[in-house]
Design a protein around this ligand. Structure first.
Ligand SMILES: Cc1cc2nc3c(=O)[nH]c(=O)nc-3n(C[C@H](O)[C@H](O)[C@H](O)COP(=O)(O)O)c2cc1C
Length: 190
């Protein structure tokens, strides 16, 4: 039996990404985000939802570019740290011991230690309520060669944390089966 909890966000799990920005003075910053996802395949686009109070919000509005970086779970402490302090007050790269390289297509900081980094150009901003949704077009996707399998990123090797909105990080679990495939056993007359 299900219980209606009312109009609540009950989407489990969500990804954990770290957005990279330069502010107006060129200071690099990072912010951990869990309200994020793919929103278009062609052209490739992702969305992030950012509160207007975040330092990152102002940087994206000003520069109209950002990076999205996927940590592996061995960087969980650094990732969480980037979500609990503001770039207004601290240099998160320095404290977390992370380094950045500049994007090649747009001017954004990419986290060198994380296995996946995407350069994004702001496509649209949607004012929603508590958060503004930034839709970013991916203009370059950098993937560490160690996590590639036959030329494609391997999620087991990326080993990202995922987020449960009730307040916990998990790792990814075991392989369950091939997508667009296991469901075929319910298609009749094949
Ligand atoms: C796991 C996790 C997920 C978060 N997700 C979001 C998010 O989706 N949107 C948001 O605005 N803030 C989110 N935050 C909070 C920001 O990361 C946090 O306020 C951070 O200090 C903002 O940094 P900034 O002020 O340097 O931009 C999250 C924090 C954590 C720890």
């Amino acid at each position: 039996m299900k219980k209606n909890l009312g109009p609540k966000l009950e989407l489990y799990p969500t990804p954990v990404v770290v957005a990279g920005t330069f502010d107006g003075e060129g200071k690099p910053n990072l912010a951990t985000l869990a309200w994020t996802g793919v929103c278009c395949s062609e052209p490739p686009m992702i969305q992030i939802a950012v509160r207007r109070s975040r330092y990152t919000h102002g940087a994206i509005v000003e520069r109209k570019v950002f990076s999205l970086n996927i940590p592996s779970k061995k960087y969980l402490v650094e990732t969480d740290y980037c979500g609990i302090v503001s770039g207004r007050d601290v240099d998160k790269f320095e404290t977390a011991g992370l380094t950045f390289v500049r994007g090649e297509v747009v001017d954004v900081p990419l986290v060198q230690e994380f296995p996946v980094s995407m350069e994004c150009r702001l496509f649209r901003t949607v004012e929603l309520g508590s958060h503004d949704m930034f839709v970013g077009e991916i203009v370059a996707a950098w993937v560490e060669s160690d996590v590639l399998h036959e030329g494609r990123p391997d999620v087991k090797k990326i080993d990202p944390p995922v987020f449960s909105p009730d307040g916990a990080y998990f790792g990814i679990g075991e392989l369950l089966g091939p997508s667009f495939s296991v469901g075929k056993k319910l298609i009749k007359n094949r």
